[in-house]
Ligand binder design. Structure first.
Ligand SMILES: [Cu+2]
Length: 135
């Protein structure tokens, strides 16, 4: 009699443990998804500029560039300096050679696998610069 009372909760405990392990593997997937969304690093673009002039991200992450209206943008390594385009790729910078972001759509910049400060510009919009700081 007593043994059954002890065994039944033990069996129940085992079942709960099995369920928890099963749920645990599901929540691992969820935390991976969270990590991905946390590293979305969105930068919006108006008709002729980045909404923010710089963004700080972690090593290994990428940036999602978002055109908020119908104007397309072409992103390359370098910067606008006093109205002149200055193409330049820093050591360790991901290559951006006129990455085309059509109007009302998105594009990816990266991944950034090296720490440092990297400059990007839109080749058709003078002054449209973005600084990416990778930590
Ligand atoms: Cu542009």
């Amino acid at each position: 009699m007593r043994i059954r009372f002890i065994l039944a909760p033990a069996l129940l405990g085992f079942l709960i443990l099995t369920l928890l392990v099963a749920c645990g593997s599901t929540s691992t997937t969820t935390s991976t998804e969270k990590q991905q969304s946390a590293s979305d690093n969105e930068v919006h673009m108006t008709t002729n500029d980045f909404v923010q002039k710089s963004i700080t991200i972690h090593k290994g992450e990428s940036i999602t560039l978002i055109a908020d209206n119908a104007v397309p943008h072409y992103i390359s390594n370098g910067t606008w300096n006093n109205g002149s385009a200055k193409p330049k790729a820093e050591a360790g910078a991901p290559t951006a050679n006129n990455i085309t972001i059509n109007g009302n759509s998105t594009g990816k910049l990266g991944p950034f696998n090296t720490s440092g400060t990297f400059q990007f510009y839109c080749t058709i919009h003078p002054g449209m610069n973005l600084t990416v700081i990778v930590q």
